[in-house]
Ligand binder design. Sequence first.
Ligand code: ZN
Ligand code: ZN
Ligand code: ZN
Ligand code: ZN
Length: 736
Amino acid sequence: MEVVPVEHFEFQQPSEAPVFEPSINEFDDPISYISKIRPVAEKYGICRIIPPEEWRPPFSVDLNKFTFNPRVQPLKELEATTRVKLMFLQNLAEFWELMGTSLKLPVVEKKVLDLYVLDQLVKKEGGFINATTNRKWSYISHTMGFQPDKNHGMAIKSHYERWLGPYNTIQKTNFDRRRRKKGVEVLTGSVKRGVNPGCISFSKRLCEFWRRKGMRLSWPLIDKKSVDLFALHEAASTAGGLVDWCSIARSMQFKENSASDLRLCYNKLIKPFVESGGEESVQDADVCDKCMLNDNAENIVVCVGCGTVYHLDCLRPQLIDYSKVPKGNWNCYACIKEKLNKSREPYGFDQAEKHYTLEEFGQMAVQFKEEHFGMPCLSVPIEEVEKEYWRLLTDLEHDTMVEYGADIHSVDHGMGFPLRDEANSVKMETDEYTQSKWNLNNIPVIETSVYSHIGTNVPGVTIPWMYIGMCFSTFCWHIEDHWSYSINYLHWGEPKTWYGIPGKDAELFEKVLKNVAPVLFDGQPDLLHDLSTTVNPNTLMKHGMKIFRTDQKAGEFVVTFPRAYHAGFNQGFNFAEAVNFAPADWIPIGRACIDHYASLLHVCVFSHDELICKLAKKGSSLDQSLVKATLKDMAVMLESESNKRKLITKSGVTKTERVIFEKIPDDNRQCAHCKTTCFLSAVKCSCREDIFCINDYFKIKEACGCPPSNFIFKYRYDLDELLTLITNCKVHLAKN
Ligand SMILES: [Zn+2]
Ligand SMILES: [Zn+2]
Ligand SMILES: [Zn+2]
Ligand SMILES: [Zn+2]
């Protein structure tokens, strides 16, 4: 399928993100180095750090044992606006399938007409009638890129009427299902030609039979293929008493092991109908739902979904070619709407069928890139790959698939950086890197990173993940959990191209994305958190957003700042490792994130309050900057908590109970409303099992309507204890 481009699209490179080259003296502790460059780098969302020449950590994955299972990424489904278009065209094709016709993409000027763009343009003009009365068709034709001197307006208009008009009309109209009562009076037409049983399809009679029993016949599926019940009926009835289900399965092109399913289908759906002698008894079903006449039987259509009958010329809106019964299975409009509006599965990637060793994946990756560009991998300029990548993401014509080994953790077969546990068995040179604070296995345990105090391992957050890329494999727009920093190291291979957006523009980004692809959020409000959607940076730039890019080469780090959206793709076969971290300046950001998560009903990865209280308790052993930030956050926390506790007491809740929340698994202490992980406090009603966070106290009251005496207030610390924690921190600060 070729799609007419509205504008001839050429990717415009965003400006470059900053690059830092620390000297060997500056290159000591990543947390303090990054806080030093933050005032400059943060404004770009992302930055690149080139370690000193002499810093060359060994690659420590066990190449003989390490295998992984990549994800499959179909390139034409990755980009938000392309996916919207794809979904539209799939929906349109399905619509025509349900109408008993196949969608044939019309051709204008030897090019396939882009029905999605046409539909958008007509909507912009206020719909078909407005476009016609305002004589907009030649304007629409020009906008779609057709030559102005040739007037294709009328052709485009008729293509619209043929393929898009009925689709839009039916989407807009409400079709009530008429529930006909049994024994409804059948009006006899003035020209009664009698009922020709041959014209009444088997499926209609079967549907009607079940409808009379108060049941909707839904078409059975075996092996994802719908079963032709008429063929099944024919095959079973000609077989007489001795039915060979295996041969029926074969004749209907099912696998032989479907035989028992087919028999079940027959016994459940068809046999009762045959045995009731239903063949004759449902003749009066041949009554047009609109005019209630049963004449003119050659011109009826029967819905395969619900068995409703219409005369072709009684149907509104009429079928395009309403002198002919559609060749395929026809569905009534109510059924079509129901089937088209079925909720979609959230979009996500499938795992590849294959497990690869690094060597196997590398061979596949190199071959793919060489064949795609027709030259050796390293001869393709970075800008060429970038342009081609964004072109492929809008290309509906080809099905280019790539694979990406992402979010992989393997202690057994080593990580990219040497692990501490192996320290005894490695050489001295390796040992330097085992201890190095820039070794991503160590960043989570650096004392000045808040995450070193979480106490449990959270994959990807406090323990690194590995990423094995090939040309075009993609990481979609996202921010880190709890709005952390992230640091990524490219161990070897071809570059990784990054795009970043400053953290302060995060909400703008979310707004723009909802604006350019609203339908994607319909069944998937948490779309961006699913890491399966990217957007062309040029689209974002057109909406006034600042985007920055960088090419991370082997041996280089990329750092992303809190709430800075980032995305990108790999230039070729490569191996990267990444982890989150959170210096003192992250603490207030982490608190803001928790409030944001609660407003989105988004589950937390850990409890922020729990982490802060843990830090406060450690007090004296902590770095000064961390104590200061903890103290500030504790003050904010205490004020909000004491205000809310007052409200709860005031409303008449008197029962209280201390709960050691950190001993309860996170899943079992989620607020039933906002999903936040409870730590400081929670409210429970004796009438239900779940708990609510202190913010949602009034929600639980509303939900169960019980008197305050039913509620119990659960708390971790009383207010005095929280105050003591704060005082201890202050004392510690004063001492130093
Ligand atoms: Zn009629
Ligand atoms: Zn129907
Ligand atoms: Zn809540
Ligand atoms: Zn209750």
